[in-house]
Design a protein around this ligand. Structure first.
Ligand SMILES: *[C@@H]1O[C@H](CO)[C@@H](O)[C@H](O)[C@H]1NC(C)=O
Ligand SMILES: *[C@@H]1O[C@H](CO)[C@@H](O)[C@H](O)[C@H]1NC(C)=O
Ligand SMILES: *[C@@H]1O[C@H](CO)[C@@H](O)[C@H](O)[C@H]1NC(C)=O
Length: 395
């Protein structure tokens, strides 16, 4: 699997992934500096390098990584002997009491994810304030960070609250959530996952399997909006956050160019390989500089549906949520098995202003771009309503 050519051929910047995903907590991008682009856009590159250096050794290390090269093999973790006294999976590990999440808001992108979590965490039994740990999609793949110690550290405060409950009440109903919207699709380092060794085309195991191994009872929430709008809003955020490494002036025309290039690249890939192989190909994603594959909902969700029982997965349509937050919240509360917080709570919580997406000075995308994207996603997600058993999931 080791291929030293790949390092030269693909100066892909995984550290930048951390930049966006972790430190800036913007959203999840794989961003890239291709060799030619790096030469053209020196300034972006040095801006990146500064940021990366400030992140320390880990980032330096990941700068050299490529998706086709495994720095090491990343093992499954868990399950552990979880205590029956807590609803969230917690266990005594030597002198440490550790907890991991009961639920995951695992996708897609940032659309609606933070909004839902912000409201949900106003429920007395949901622990609030947990930042996207990006462990399954990123940190786990870095030597020294692949242990449960690292992951459970993100929930240290939460486990203190659980301990408190157990001491005071004899048990804890508190739910811990991992809100990392890239988890659903970003198994890009799959070649390094335990069990995938020797696989060339596509993964046997993805993040779904890793989470299932850790906690077979985990509940997973996905929020999906129109993939066409999702992509355009992602494009905006690249630039409005000022963090994109390729400093092009955003415009509807440039978006159109990127889209047609990306769609052509994926179509070429589909001719040669399976949809799934293309969807999990980090190199291809890096090449097209656009998160086109993220909207291939069917491909990713199929994997989660294969691993988890259907009743542990919950799908929210963003457009429905946006017009009726109370219902979205209520069904989520029920899905998670939380105590009924009462009608006043729903009224108060759903009445708060919405924080979905950003505004743009670009105006709507060009009609021809929409046509290209609509056609692409319609064909890729053709079976999504069937897959989810829910006719609403078409756009
Ligand atoms: C735990 O709580 C402390 C104090 O509120 C805070 O400073 C710290 O960032 C929290 N740690 C995590 C991992 O959330
Ligand atoms: C992934 O995409 C790259 C770039 O298009 C291609 O060279 C490579 O063969 C692909 N790998 C797989 C496993 O499909
Ligand atoms: C976006 O900005 C425009 C002009 O700046 C404004 O008219 C419009 O109401 C805004 N839309 C949203 C959803 O905030």
């Amino acid at each position: 699997m080791k291929n030293s050519n790949a390092v030269v051929k693909l100066p892909l910047c995984a550290g930048c992934f951390v930049l966006f995903c972790y430190f800036l907590l913007w959203t999840c991008w794989i961003c890239v500096i291709k060799r030619d682009i790096r030469q053209t856009f020196r300034s972006a590159s040095s801006k990146m390098r500064r940021a990366v250096t400030s992140g320390g050794d880990i980032l330096q290390h990941t700068l050299g990584d490529v998706f086709t090269l495994c720095p090491h093999n990343t093992p499954f973790v868990g399950p552990y002997s979880y205590t029956p006294l807590s609803r969230s999976p917690c266990w005594q590990d030597g002198d440490q009491f550790r907890c991991v999440p009961n639920f995951y808001i695992a996708g897609f992108s940032k659309r609606g994810v933070s909004d839902l979590y912000r409201r949900l965490s106003q429920h007395q039994d949901v622990i609030s304030g947990i930042k996207a740990p990006h462990w399954f999609d990123f940190w786990r793949n870095i030597a020294g960070y692949d242990t449960i110690e690292t992951y459970s550290k993100s929930f240290q405060n939460a486990s203190a609250m659980v301990t408190h409950d157990i001491v005071d009440l004899g048990h804890s109903n508190k739910l811990i959530g991992d809100v990392t919207p890239c988890t659903v699709w970003s198994s890009l380092y799959w070649r390094c996952y335990q069990g995938n060794t020797g696989q060339v085309m596509e993964p046997v195991y993805t993040n779904a399997d890793v989470i299932h191994r850790l906690n077979p009872q985990a509940k997973i929430i996905f929020i999906m909006g129109d993939p066409v709008d999702r992509l355009y809003s992602q494009y905006h955020r690249w630039f409005s956050s000022g963090s994109h490494t390729v400093p092009m002036e955003p415009s509807r025309e440039k978006f159109h160019q990127l889209v047609t290039r990306a769609v052509a690249a994926y179509r070429r890939c589909f001719c040669q390989r399976s949809l799934r192989s293309c969807a999990y190909n980090g190199t291809l994603l890096a090449d097209v500089m656009l998160g086109l594959q993220e909207g291939m909902y069917s491909v990713f969700l199929h994997d989660w549906l294969t691993v988890f029982p259907r009743n542990q997965l919950f799908f929210i349509k963003l457009e429905d949520y946006a017009v009726d937050i109370a219902t979205g919240l209520q069904t989520t509360v029920e899905f998670l098995g939380l105590a009924d917080p009462g009608i006043l709570w729903y009224a108060e919580t759903s009445g708060q202003p919405m924080t979905i997406g950003g505004n743009s000075s670009l105006g709507p995308m060009l009609p021809e771009t929409r046509v290209v994207l609509r056609e692409f996603y319609n064909s890729v997600n053709l079976h999504l309503p069937n897959l989810l058993g829910d006719a609403r999931f078409r756009w």
